[in-house]
Ligand binder design. Structure first.
Ligand code: C5P
Length: 406
């Protein structure tokens, strides 16, 4: 979603400045154009050459430099930008920005910026707790175009441990995507199930499937960026989405980890009551062992076969379909290997879904594990929409755009 976006990266003189070249790489890899402005002190921590090479543009750090493209870079940069991120923002810089002081390249640019700005503070824990710093952060977080991030606790460069660390660069990139997104799901409660389930056979073995939870994670982030409150009920997956921590707010992405279909059913049925939208992306096991052996099942001498008795699990989607209130939107997924369309349409009808997302394992680059997907959306009014092969993040955005039209 950052493709073609113009991003100004403002760097001040904190040790966390060493991480910003990596942020610039992430942004450019996604197709954004980046221009950098710095305070004088920032260049003590990261070189102008590094920033110029990685951004592909001249660095704006001296208001009076003769080499500046325009004589008024602090106006042309905000005009060019779609968004600005200030990272790291030191206590000194935060104090200046909060009070309208504009005495160098970075602060003059910030002062002239009416478009979205993300501020990522980083400082020593005592400087963070200083009432003047806190007041400045509060003031900036109330500015309508500013997304004020918080510091996180951890090891600090001065050797102590406390709250003062800058948030990680992948999370900063996420905060830029957030700042650029229309809040068309503001205050909506979105419930998402994701990943596989594991059905224990004995203490060592289980039945499961190849789901990795990537599409579910992408859906959670897409809805989060639009201002929704997210509850993600995730089966065992290797990666979960992380979102930035905003100043003065509690964590906004509620993740409930579960293992079995029974646990997923219990949590999802409980959470559904509060949901405006439920997206059931999880690959829930349809069958689980009738009994879980207490000890590891042993192979007997000469044994050539084993029969495992299975029972059906609760169909979460069908249960929610029966209980959903007017106004609640219920979206399901279908992963099929044959007669895809008719299976998907049957599932939508029998589970009383408002929309179903069909993946076919026959499509190259779609389904389990890949970073891309190709889906068809079927709506309960009889219409459908083909969404061509693209990243799971872009697929998630298309799905959520369609949910908004239901
Ligand atoms: O397993 P099936 O293909 O029927 O799954 C279709 C949809 O039903 C998916 O959205 C899946 O998350 C949901 N489902 C469920 N509970 C089950 C099985 C499937 O919610 N036990």
């Amino acid at each position: 979603m950052l493709k073609g976006k113009h991003i100004v990266v403002g760097i001040s003189g904190g040790i966390a400045a060493y991480k910003i070249p990596e942020l610039i790489r992430i942004l450019r890899k996604e197709g954004a154009e980046v221009k950098v402005t710095t305070t004088k002190n920032a260049l003590e921590f990261v070189t102008e050459l590094t920033l110029q090479t990685l951004s592909g543009n001249k660095v704006y750090s001296d208001v009076f430099a003769a080499i500046n493209e325009h004589s008024t870079e602090h106006i042309s940069l905000p005009d060019w930008a779609d968004v600005m991120i200030v990272a790291p923002a030191t206590a000194d810089l935060i104090g200046k920005m909060a009070h309208g002081i504009a005495d160098d390249a970075l602060t003059t640019t910030f002062c002239a910026m009416c478009k979205p700005v993300v501020i990522a503070p980083a400082m020593n824990d005592k400087m963070y707790l200083n009432p003047a710093t806190q007041e400045a952060m509060r003031k900036l977080s109330g500015q309508t175009n500013v997304t004020m991030l918080d510091c996180v606790a951890g090891e600090l460069a001065c050797g102590t441990t406390g709250k003062g660390r800058m948030q990680e660069v992948n999370v900063l990139a996420e905060s830029i995507r957030y700042a650029l997104t229309n809040k068309d799901l503001e205050n909506k409660n979105v419930l998402i199930t994701s990943g596989p389930t594991q059905e224990a056979i004995d203490p060592v073995r289980y039945l499961s499937n190849h789901s990795t939870g990537k599409q579910g994670n992408a859906l959670a982030l897409s809805c989060w960026r639009r201002g929704a409150n997210i509850t993600l009920i995730a089966g065992p997956v290797s990666a979960l989405p992380s979102v930035p921590l905003f100043y003065g707010c509690k964590e906004q992405l509620d993740i409930i980890p579960v293992t079995s279909a029974a646990q997923m059913a219990e949590q999802t049925l409980e959470q559904f009551e509060h949901a405006d939208i439920a997206i059931l992306c999880a690959a829930v096991a349809d069958f689980a062992p009738t009994e879980t052996a207490q000890e590891k099942i042993k192979k007997q001498p000469g044994q050539t076969q084993m029969t495992l008795a299975l029972k059906t699990t609760t169909d979460i989607a069908a249960t929610l379909g029966k209980t959903k209130r007017t106004g609640q939107k219920l979206i399901g997924f279908a992963l099929e290997t044959c007669n895809e369309q008719s299976h998907a349409l049957h599932k939508m009808e029998s589970k009383q879904l408002d929309m179903i997302v069909l993946n076919s394992l026959q499509d190259q680059g779609a389904g389990f594990g890949c970073n891309t997907n190709k889906v068809t959306l079927f709506f309960n009014n009889g219409t459908k929409k083909d969404v061509p092969l693209q990243s799971k993040e872009d697929i998630a955005d298309c799905i959520v755009d369609s949910i908004n039209l239901l």
